[in-house]
Ligand binder design. Structure first.
Ligand code: ZN
Length: 1113
């Protein structure tokens, strides 16, 4: 195939698109024009510019430089001028300094063995089966509260009656789909908004326990219950302040609390009337609550419950006297002796289930401003009616304070987690592609915002007023259309940019580098062939896989073949380039040993079309493992490899992606050479931050050059020891690439994981050479950005590559007063080159409400998104501040958020009561998970590289990913009837929820465990593991035997479904109760105390309560 062929257009707008009908019908209830059956037919017509699109492949001049907005050509130091010398010969070697080593391959050409096709379909399908869209239980239906803001009648109030909750837990609506796509989340608007007050009670009621002055202070208690923080005491409970390391006790926790609350009477589980509810967040409080009937302003209050007795001030608690958290050493019964009934505190499981039951059945229609979407853990269908789907944008709050003073008071960060190229489930149509012709997309003259549903047409349609800056712009003649009596253009429903929240524009040449349409991208595979890579079997495995994988490169629309060209480089201390031109009988190798001055020794024949050069490529892939089979070279270079790839793309004048497979710390003499600077002694010191910082600035400069070239780098690491991920990860991070790490890689045990990741990574659709700009309406503006990208100014997010898994998080700040009437608007525009080389603009619009009452803010928050933001904020913070300071700042901010609610939105009540806003009732538990994550509070087994790795991963995670990452999903496996196809109901991540007689699956998006209780039935053991007894189960097993029985099948199916939902393959680990590997598993039981000193949920909640009371007093 000809790489120069014109790229196929994107989604053909003329054709019926799946999902379109849905879109239409969703207008059903609306007044407005009747929708013609083939709505977008209109576009089909005369779209002059469209057909005339110059083919992307047109020959063009050399190296591109700057992107339109801001880009400077990065000159290549030396290599560049050298290009001239190499004609287009088949084989050229570099300038003098290089070793001329054009050596024909030794082996005769062997026709490529046809490897079994990769078992994915050509078009990569990230989604599992379509969600069985919500099944709503009847009782749930009954519960739904209609009006978003209407306070519920007092009786109704409280959401689900206990029964419904309990039973609901058995029903996972889209069971297997759990978080498969980023979607949803947000607390049921209806519920939440309806009774803000109503619900709080529930939570708080139980919490009152905590009011009760904490147990006798210094008294030794079961570790797991270190106890509610006591007023005035030095915070015994939460390890947050009490870990073993220096970072411990936050100083501010020390001062005695001014507040009155005395020591509590023992409260706990023994509370009369509290019924244990397995998953209930607040089992006990369910009864009628006299006081909370009131409207929202009168927030929940538990006045009806007797306040805590005022007891004498507690003794100071000596943190040292608190037993260290060795949960596993305790007899089970002791563990459960919490002072606060764990069933009485907000349960993530319950919140997730309630949302599924309440919101999973109805499509989420995006027509109205400021709607809080369902939670990410709920499966739902989105109908775009003018605002971007939550799959693309999720906000921390959908109702933002009108003034910056209010915002400061509340301390709720205003942020949007944006996933511009998010993949959609099959039932939702991808964005339509709009062509505004040669003049390009219609935009505001002043702020350059793109035409969108919020632009106001005036003067009979001749001009439009910008919804972002109010500037009035002439409508270009070819775009003119009359208005109907409501002032709406008569073609409103025919134009995606007028009626939808998300769509794409075809970009004109003005949006291209150097005013030339881009060429299709290239992929370059760069393989470490040093001793470690060869010995582990990696090189052989990889080469074998590539032979089949290359048939599955991303392609656009209905294209038969990918437009992407490929190239190959191997390296250790020197680089080997390969000429795989189709006319050659054998691949040819050129060695560049002058790594200090990298250049590409050949132009023609390096980047080739796979089908044209297949035999040569296969021959090369067969020969690489053999050529280096006897290598003794252990040293590697790294930066020169990236430079080489970037130079090759520059020479080919195309964007692209480098796939680097690397094994060791690059200690060979070369630019970017690193030394081993790992030092665990730095933990908990002010220098700990250096472990997260790159050890040299070299890689940042390199990243900048890569971004300028549109060169995205994906890094696959196979380290046997420290490789300095913090430094090696800099280029992937800044170029929008991904990092994968396989410590101590062994083919036998790790190949499935590596190959799955590789297949997915190579096949996934990527936008290249991208620039993202977020515009906002007057009053707020984007002030901060988090994610994997590069910024050379304060507004443009530059991404050499962006795939459908990556998010960019944007924080907003006020720069003026907002109005409740006009609300606030966000428009995210992503300019990118598609995998076929087409230049496009993807636009997402979202409208938010603005409020003058803080209560409205708290009613429209999304805790999962808030946690996503806070984690990213904290993970960036560790680059510049001591980890302890970062943790303290997080706690302090969340305490302020909750204290502000308590002060301004909840009705007056005893200071002893912890009252949480409904939408944020999980903030404490999730925050605690972030605080004790490996980055902020590492356990002894966590390496410096692990921390740097996770830090980078989290930076570009979406909300669904951070949700499960911080609070893992834990499912019991034998309690659900085998015939049921539903996913078993999840349970809370705590050891006391585990039964010795059951088997559990736990995942967090990166790790997957199967925990087997010590007294599990023999039949279960036999059916799952094919061994007669528990003792014969192999601990650490990573593959379950394939057995023909319902239980085995069910468990394997569940594992498959978990894996299908995640962007990275999760390797299974079987863990037996009381086996030494159990320690690894327990790390994920995040409601418990962690071995690294992380607080239990109960303790942390008490600590938060204390912090809040301090703020209020
Ligand atoms: Zn404007």
């Amino acid at each position: 195939m000809n790489v120069n062929q014109p790229a196929p257009p994107g989604v053909p707008y003329g054709q019926p698109q799946p999902g379109y009908t849905g879109y239409q019908s969703s207008y059903g209830g609306q007044p407005g024009p009747v929708i013609p059956p083939s709505p977008y037919g209109a576009y089909n017509g005369p779209m002059p510019g469209y057909q005339q699109l110059p083919p992307p492949g047109v020959p063009r001049a050399p190296p591109s430089s700057g992107t339109p907005p801001a880009s400077s050509t990065t000159r290549v130091p030396s290599g560049q001028s050298a290009y001239g010398q190499f004609g287009q010969g088949d084989v050229q070697n570099g300038p003098s300094s290089t070793v001329q080593m054009q050596r024909p391959m030794s082996q005769p050409f062997v026709p490529a063995p046809v490897a079994p096709p990769v078992n994915q379909p050509a078009a990569y399908q990230p989604y599992g089966p379509p969600p069985t869209s919500a099944q709503v239980t009847s009782q749930m239906a009954g519960m739904q509260i209609s009006g978003p803001a209407a306070p519920p009648p007092s009786g109704l109030g409280y959401g689900p009656p206990p029964t419904s909750v309990a039973s609901a837990s058995g029903n996972f609506p889209g069971s297997s789909q759990y978080g498969s796509y980023p979607p949803n989340l947000a607390p049921p608007t209806s519920l939440a908004q309806a009774h803000p007050g109503a619900q709080t009670p529930q939570r708080s009621a139980p919490l009152q326990a905590s009011n009760f002055p904490p147990p006798a202070a210094g008294a030794s208690r079961p570790p797991s219950t270190a106890g509610p923080s006591m007023p005035g005491q030095s915070f015994g409970g939460p390890p947050v302040s009490q870990s073993n390391h220096a970072s411990s006790p936050p100083p501010q926790a020390q001062p005695p609390m001014p507040g009155p609350p005395g020591p509590p009477p023992p409260m706990h589980s023994t509370q009369p009337g509290y019924q244990l509810q397995q998953n209930g967040s607040f089992g006990p409080a369910r009864g009628p609550q006299p006081n909370y009937g009131g409207a929202f302003s009168g927030a929940p209050n538990f006045a009806s419950q007797p306040g805590p007795p005022q007891a004498p001030p507690p003794k100071r608690l000596d943190p040292d006297s608190i037993p260290s958290p060795q949960l596993n050493e305790l007899p089970p019964q002791q563990k459960t002796r919490h002072r606060i009934d764990p069933d009485a505190i907000p349960s993530p499981i319950q919140v997730i289930e309630d949302d599924r039951n309440n919101r999973g059945s109805e499509p989420f229609v995006t027509g109205a401003r400021g709607q809080v979407p369902p939670l990410v853990t709920t499966n739902f269908v989105v109908k775009d009616q003018g605002n971007a789907s939550p799959r693309y944008i999720r906000c921390t709050s959908y109702n933002i304070p009108c003034t910056s003073d209010m915002a400061k008071q509340a301390q709720v960060p205003l942020a949007a987690v944006i996933k511009p190229l998010a993949r959609l489930p099959p039932e939702e149509a991808p964005p339509y592609v709009v062509d505004h012709g040669e003049s390009g997309p219609v935009r505001c003259n002043r702020c350059k915002a793109y035409m969108c549903p919020f632009m106001q047409f005036i003067e009979g349609g001749r001009r439009f007023q910008c919804c972002f800056c109010s500037c009035v712009t002439e409508v270009p003649p070819q775009y003119f259309q009359h208005l109907d009596h409501t002032g709406k253009r008569v073609d409103f429903y025919d134009r995606p940019e007028l009626s939808l929240g998300s769509y794409e524009f075809l970009a004109t040449v003005d949006y291209c580098k150097n005013n030339k349409f881009p060429r299709p991208p290239a992929f370059i595979f760069m393989i470490d062939v040093s001793y470690n890579a060869i010995r582990s079997g990696l090189v052989k495995l990889l080469c074998e896989e590539l032979k089949s994988l290359l048939d599955f490169l991303p392609r656009e629309g209905g294209a038969e073949e990918s437009a992407i060209r490929v190239g190959f480089v191997t390296y250790n201390k020197v680089l080997h380039f390969y000429n795989v031109k189709s006319s050659l009988a054998q691949p040819q190798m050129m060695v560049v040993s002058d790594v200090a001055d990298m250049f590409v020794p050949l132009l023609d024949g390096f980047l080739v079309n796979v089908s044209e050069s297949r035999t040569v490529i296969n021959s090369l892939l067969d020969q690489i493992p053999e050529m280096f089979a006897d290598t003794r070279e252990t040293e590697t270079v790294f930066a020169p490899v990236i430079q080489a790839g970037m130079e090759a793309l520059k020479a080919a004048e195309c964007p692209g992606k480098l796939f680097l497979f690397h094994t060791s710390l690059p200690i060979a003499e070369a630019p970017g050479k690193l030394k081993n600077r790992d030092d665990r002694k730095l933990l908990n010191t002010d220098k700990e931050k250096t472990l997260f910082q790159p050890q040299t600035g070299f890689y940042q400069s390199l990243a900048k050059e890569c971004v300028t070239q549109g060169c995205c780098v994906d890094l696959f690491l196979f380290p046997n020891q420290y490789v300095d991920v913090a430094t090696l990860g800099v280029v992937p991070h800044h170029t929008g690439g991904s990092i994968y790490k396989y410590a101590c890689f062994q083919v036998e045990s790790d190949q499935e994981r590596f190959l799955s990741d590789l297949r997915r990574d190579v096949q996934k659709d990527v936008g290249f050479d991208a620039v993202m700009r977020v515009r906002t309406s007057t009053g707020i503006r984007a002030t901060d950005f988090f994610g994997s990208f590069y910024m050379s100014n304060t507004t443009d997010v530059e991404l050499a590559g962006l795939d459908g898994d990556k998010t960019v998080t944007v924080e907003f700040k006020h720069d003026d007063r907002l109005s409740e009437d006009s609300g606030a608007l966000i428009q995210c525009a992503l300019l990118y080159t598609s995998c076929a080389g087409q230049r496009r603009l993807r636009i997402h619009n979202l409208s938010l409400n603005c409020c003058t009452q803080l209560a409205d803010l708290y009613r429209n928050c999304e805790t999962d998104t808030l946690i996503n933001y806070l984690a990213k904020f904290a993970y960036r913070g560790v680059l510049s501040s001591p980890v302890k300071a970062v943790r303290d700042a997080l706690i302090s901010q969340c305490a302020q958020i909750l204290a502000c609610y308590r002060k301004n939105c909840a009705s007056p009540s005893s200071a002893g009561q912890l009252i949480l806003p409904e939408c944020m009732k999980l903030l404490p538990v999730y925050l605690n998970c972030v605080l004790k994550s490996n980055v902020l509070q590492p356990g002894a087994e966590v390496t410096t590289d692990d921390r740097a790795y996770v830090r980078q991963l989290v930076t570009s995670m979406d909300v669904a990913e951070t949700n499960v990452f911080f609070y893992p999903r834990l499912l019991p496996l034998t309690k659900v009837p085998l015939e049921s196809s539903a996913e078993p109901p999840a349970i809370r991540a705590s050891e006391e929820r585990l039964s010795k007689g059951d088997v559990y699956l736990l995942e967090n998006g990166l790790s997957l465990f199967l925990w087997v209780g010590a007294s599990v039935q023999q039949g279960v053991v036999q059916n799952l593991f094919s061994v007669p007894s528990f003792s014969q189960i192999t601990s650490g097993l990573s593959v379950l035997p394939v057995l023909e029985n319902p239980l085995s099948k069910r468990v394997r199916d569940l594992i498959d479904s978990f894996r299908a939902q995640r962007s990275r393959y999760m390797k299974l680990m079987v863990v037996k109760q009381e086996d030494k590997l159990e320690m690894l598993f327990k790390h994920f039981l995040v409601e418990d105390k962690s071995l690294s000193g992380g607080a239990s949920y109960v303790d942390f909640l008490c600590h938060m309560h204390k912090e809040i009371r301090q703020l209020l007093s």
